[in-house]
Ligand binder design. Structure first.
Ligand code: AMP
Length: 905
């Protein structure tokens, strides 16, 4: 024990050596992982006191209020940074009211200073005061007096400061007293993280927030088990530990579905075929899944699924046999007709095939023949099936080119997508006998005289047996077949005599076999007029008219006309200056020429696209001097630049509204060219708001938004689409009146087909349809107006922070919208969301926006930050304690009346 005590004291002594001279090392508090030893100037004392509940607490106190020039330091141990980039220091302390200390005037202070010093060395024994960087001077919200001490009232202050620590492995904190009467009760050091979360089936790890209050940390998520990437999952960790803007995500693998952010296997009886965001589906009819995680359901026995059948389709069966097969023989053709099968097997892809067999005569009348019937042979390839032999959709087929006097059997089979897999064949057959010969062909006339000719022909292609003779039938065409002559011959030619000259004759030939006569040939028509045979060939030409239908533009025209504004009679319509052939004509129509001698330039106030913007004074004859802004076109400009520069004035000159920047005139007759507008003392709105962060009431902000909406309503009534509405293009005068300006972009976007791919389109402000296919309308201006609202309420924050343009487009496409800025009334955020409706027809009009803002201004009660039912909330907000909203609600304090019953305890 002695040895241990000795070692312990030796250790204490060693620690003591780490402190600078004049200080001692003390442990001031214990918290999470850091043992807070401090080196103590003798002036700081470790004192035990009782809190108001009479519980002893340890404090560090200093109270040298009588002596001037106090400089008492209290320093912590080295605190490891553990990856944090911004740490928060919460200090709890009490402070004595100087007024309550008699005779200390001048020397007593009511603040102390908080310092930090970054270091890799966790045991710096001595740190110079000058090495510490000041975080802040901390003042107490509450100080206590002698009376409070007597009453044992402890007025504890809690102050939190944050500081960026990025350069070393850790840091020291120090508290400098300069003559106050303070007791430090506790110090809590912490950093913020966006907690581990699962979004869109991707896991995002616990992530330390960025170093700056506006920085976003981009984090890639990893797909949860049994899922795969749909699109790279990404989120941003905001400085306050909130996750923002989820993009992309994962999809559960086949056989798995999303159940509360995890992919769970489909249970038996269910399946999921693809990676998708839909859940597992019940097995389709006639199928089942016995195990969990099925990607497809197995068919019940006797049911089948074709390779091309989707997994969601019921299992099916082959069809039954076709019904009522009938045949009609017509010469050497047979027409087969049948009815569809009684059972289609649950499918709609029934098709038919026809088999043709030549069977021995003895088999006539056999009803069913198997395909392999020993006494039948396939018909061969010369038989013609129309429209085809297999894969027939219709229930009719014409079989031609059959041999006469032959016994055929036709088997019609019905099949569908699962017939092959099932191996089942279902057929109906019919047997027919073809009796007629095939006709002779190629009849020719030769040796023509005024009264005779010789006819010759080819024998039938497939005569059914030996041809016994040919029969020639001929008649005068006028007579039709009322009187004809017949000649018979064994050879394939005949001399016909006794004909009348200058007469048209018709000739037919047919063959006869043992089975009888075949068909007559087609007729040969011959005019017996000259000595050389002339065949008359009638050619029938079919004229095919290709009626090319022009694509109907009706629907588009209708849509466009629907979109056309309903203009009030008498309202002026904006005229595009680019429709003037001569740009100078437009400028002189819409803008007044000002003599340069009446302008007095004073100073440069900004930089525009075409050159400097200056402020100055303008004195026109008979008018009082006014302040103006002067934009000039820098020397060396091209014709196009001149035209574009002056077009802004030609556009602006057409407007006359209190919320549109007013054009005073132009200088075009001497150089440099100038555009003179009214002077807006507070410059552009975005910079103005950033400069006055948090300094306006909600009503003032809404007043600004009202002005912009009113200007935009005027522009939309004039059918002018701005295309570049953004806070940077709104100017503010000394009365906080906002005016729409910058009328340069509309032309740029029309001229530049690549605008969307270059930096010309202000992506963050532009509606998706305008980015995608340049559909710029008043509705796309409304979208931009919503973004301006967000800029205004967030005091000039950059929309979508430092996300890149591609991510912004993707996020919007996926339905993400900017969240309500801090302290933004619910109604205003709702109005922004309405402006950001994907369907442009669903966005409000500027007239509706204006009405809405007017209503809000008339009823400021509706502009509460919290939900309307929260009356306590408003009160908490007014005293800066909204964070206790939920605690009070949980304790039952939901109305102002109930608050009156609150005691100090
Ligand atoms: P612009 O070319 O219109 O974007 O103008 C460039 C900058 O000049 C703006 O961002 C403003 O800061 C300033 N500016 C332009 N017009 C005016 C004006 N009428 N009154 C005051 N400042 C102006």
């Amino acid at each position: 024990l002695c040895l241990f005590l000795l070692l312990f004291f030796f250790f204490l002594f060693f620690l003591q050596l780490l402190c600078p001279s004049g200080t001692v090392l003390k442990n001031i508090s214990k918290y999470r992982n850091a043992n807070l030893n401090v080196c103590l100037h003798f002036q700081w004392e470790e004192v035990s006191i009782m809190d108001e509940k009479n519980i002893p607490i340890r404090t560090y106190q200093v109270c040298n209020v009588l002596e001037p020039s106090q400089n008492n330091w209290l320093r912590t141990d080295w605190i490891p940074r553990s990856g944090a980039q911004r740490v928060y220091v919460e200090v709890k302390f009490t402070l004595r009211d100087c007024n309550s200390l008699p005779g200390v005037t001048g020397t007593c202070k009511e603040t102390f200073n908080l310092y930090y010093h970054e270091s890799n060395d966790d045991r710096e024994s001595y740190i110079k005061e000058s090495s510490f960087i000041k975080v802040d001077t901390v003042a107490a919200d509450e100080s206590f007096t002698q009376v409070d001490v007597g009453d044992r009232i402890m007025k504890l202050n809690t102050e939190v400061r944050d500081v960026k620590v990025t350069t070393r492995k850790g840091f020291y904190l120090a508290f400098q007293d300069v003559g106050a009467c303070i007791a430090l009760v506790s110090v809590r050091v912490f950093y913020k993280t966006c907690p581990l979360t699962i979004r869109n089936l991707a896991t995002f790890p616990d992530t330390v927030t960025g170093a700056d209050t506006s920085s976003l940390v981009e984090v890639r998520g990893s797909c949860v088990n049994q899922s795969e990437e749909r699109e790279e999952p990404k989120m941003y960790c905001g400085a306050d530990g909130e996750w923002l803007v989820p993009i992309g995500g994962c999809l559960c693998n086949p056989g798995y579905e999303d159940k509360g952010g995890a992919c769970k296997a489909c249970t038996a009886g269910f399946y999921k075929a693809k990676s998708s965001d839909v859940g597992c589906s019940k097995c389709p009819p006639h199928s089942h899944s016995l195990r969990d995680g099925a990607t497809v359901c197995d068919c019940h026995s006797g049911y089948y699924r074709a390779d091309t059948d989707p997994p969601a389709m019921a299992c099916t069966q082959p069809p039954s046999a076709p019904q009522q097969l009938i045949s009609v023989v017509n010469k050497t053709s047979v027409v087969l007709e049948w009815s569809p099968p009684r059972r289609l097997g649950g499918r709609s892809d029934t098709s038919y095939s026809v088999d043709c067999l030549i069977c021995q005569t003895g088999l006539t009348g056999t009803k069913i023949l198997s395909r392999n019937h020993s006494l039948c042979l396939p018909c061969g390839s010369d038989v013609v099936f129309s429209p085809g032999q297999t894969d027939l959709k219709a229930t009719r087929v014409v079989v031609s080119e059959l041999r006469a006097h032959t016994h055929y059997t036709f088997i019609v089979q019905a099949g569908n997508g699962v017939s092959q897999i099932s191996g089942a064949g279902t057929a109906q057959s019919v047997s027919v006998t073809v009796t007629t010969n095939q006709a002779v062909s190629s009849i020719q006339a030769t040796d023509v005289t005024r009264h005779s000719l010789s006819l010759s022909w080819q024998q039938p292609d497939r005569p059914n047996g030996v041809i016994l003779e040919y029969e020639v039938k001929f008649y005068e065409k006028d007579q039709r077949e009322r009187s004809y002559r017949i000649m018979r011959t064994f050879s394939r030619s005949v001399d016909v005599t006794g004909l009348n000259p200058l007469t048209v004759y018709v000739f037919h030939v047919r063959a006869r076999t043992a089975a009888g006569y075949g068909e007559f040939s087609d007729s040969l028509i011959f005019w017996l007029v000259i000595s050389v045979g002339v065949g008359i060939l009638l050619l029938i030409s079919a004229a095919v008219f290709i009626i090319s239908r022009r694509r109907s533009k009706y629907s588009k025209t209708k849509q466009d006309s629907e979109e056309e504004k309903h203009l009030n009679p008498g309202v002026k319509i904006y005229v595009d200056p680019f429709t003037y052939e001569d740009p100078d004509q437009a400028i002189h129509e819409f803008a007044k020429e000002i003599d340069v001698s009446s302008i007095h330039i004073e100073r440069v106030i900004g930089m525009g696209e075409f050159g400097e913007v200056c402020s100055g004074r303008l004195r026109l004859q008979g008018k009082r001097e006014i302040y103006v802004a002067i934009k000039s076109l820098k020397a060396g400009y091209s014709d196009k630049q001149r035209r574009d520069f002056l077009s802004e004035a030609s556009i602006m000159g057409q407007f006359d509204h209190p919320n549109i920047i007013r054009l005073e005139g132009v200088v075009t007759r001497c150089k440099p060219l100038m555009i003179i507008t009214e002077y807006m003392e507070n410059g552009s709105l975005d910079a103005f708001l950033r400069k006055h962060d948090g300094q306006f009431t909600v009503i003032q902000l809404v007043g600004m938004l009202r002005g912009i909406a009113s200007g935009m309503k005027y522009l939309s009534d004039m059918s002018y689409v701005h295309r570049d509405l953004a806070a940077r293009n709104i100017l503010v005068n000394s009365n906080l009146v906002c005016k729409v300006s910058d009328f340069g972009l509309s032309r740029v976007l029309e001229d530049d087909p690549e605008a969307a791919y270059t930096t010309r389109i202000p992506i963050r402000w532009t509606a998706p349809e305008a980015i995608a296919y340049r559909k710029f309308t008043t509705a796309s201006d409304v979208w931009s107006y919503g973004i301006v609202m967000w800029e205004v309420v967030s005091y000039g924050e950059r929309p979508y922070w430092d996300m890149n343009n591609q991510d912004v487009i993707k996020a919007i496409e996926e339905g993400y919208r900017l969240p309500a800025p801090m302290d933004c009334p619910v109604v205003l955020h709702q109005l922004m969301l309405d402006c950001w409706e994907r369907e442009r027809a669903e966005r409000p009009t500027f007239s509706q926006i204006l009405n809405m803002l007017d209503k809000l201004i008339r009823n400021p009660g509706t502009l509460q930050v919290c939900m309307p039912e929260w009356s306590v909330c408003e009160w908490l907000q007014s005293i800066g304690l909204e964070r206790y909203r939920d605690t009070l609600a949980a304790a039952g304090y939901t109305s102002l009346d109930s608050l009156l019953a609150l005691t100090h305890q």
